[in-house]
Structures are given as structure tokens and as C-alpha cells.
Design a protein around this ligand. Sequence first.
Ligand code: HEC
Length: 121
Amino acid sequence: MRALLAAPLFALLALQPALAADPEAGAKIVKTQCGACHAVVAGKNLVGPSLAGIVGRHSGSVEGFRYSEANKKANLTWDAKTLDTYLTNPKALVPGTTMTYAGLKSETQRADVIAYLATLK
Ligand code: HEC
């Protein structure tokens, strides 16, 4: 009986990180993990393109940024799913990208980062 009750409870707990994506925590992660290369204000490109409005944007389309051939040809739309894959391991999704970032291994942290990126207009 106890085992029968426990199963749905575990299922609920497993869902929690996705439900609890925290944009404020994401802002802090972006500042420390991405901030050296990416600004979050529109029109400001550093080593990497501005992340303003990145969610929903087509890859390689930030104006004034000189992308690598790899990023130009990636042909992705940056949504929660593609960003999650990319941020796990950028070079796996876009082989040859010049984004030298090893990846964010924590699923919770990626969800937080994406929740924050979605607030940037
Ligand atoms: C060491 C510098 C560096 C760090 C750290 C870094 N990036 Fe990047 N990022 C780049 C560069 C450079 C590019 C352009 C890559 C290319 O042209 O191949 C890029 C590209 C991107 C793109 C694709 C943009 C587009 O318009 O197609 C996204 C999304 C992105 N970065 C998000 C992030 C996030 C989120 C973080 C932090 C978790 C991060 N990056 C950390 C340098 C960095």
C-alpha cells in the first residue's frame, strides 16, 4: 500500500524543478556565467551577441554581431527546448561554434536561466 502511494509522489517531486523555474536565480547565473561575454541590453554586443530578446529569435540574427559560419548555418529558433540543449553543451548542438562555454550541467539552473532570458525584451 505504501509503495502504491509513494509512486505518484515521486512523480510529482520529479516535476518540481521545471515548475519552479526561478528567473531571479537565473539572472544571477547569467551575470556570473554569461556576463563576461554577453550583455542583456539590446544592441550591445560583447564577445558574444546581446541576449536581449533571444527567446523566440532565429539563431544568428542579432544585428551587428559577427557570427561564426557554424552559428550562421545552425538554423535554429531559440526556444526553451533548443536553449536547454544548447546550454547543456553548446558544441554538441552547434559544432564549430566560437562560444567557448563548456555548458551548464544543472537542469534546474538551465531552467532558471531560460526563465530569465524570456524576461529580456
Ligand atoms: C566565453 C564567452 C561566452 C560565454 C561565457 C557564453 N557565451 Fe554565449 N556566445 C558567445 C559567442 C562568441 C557566441 C557566438 C558564437 C558563434 O558565432 O559561433 C555566443 C552565442 C550564444 C547564443 C546564440 C546566439 C544567436 O543569436 O544565435 C546564445 C543563445 C548564447 N550564446 C547564450 C549564452 C548563455 C545563456 C550563456 C551563459 C549560460 C553564454 N552564452 C555564455 C560567447 C560566450
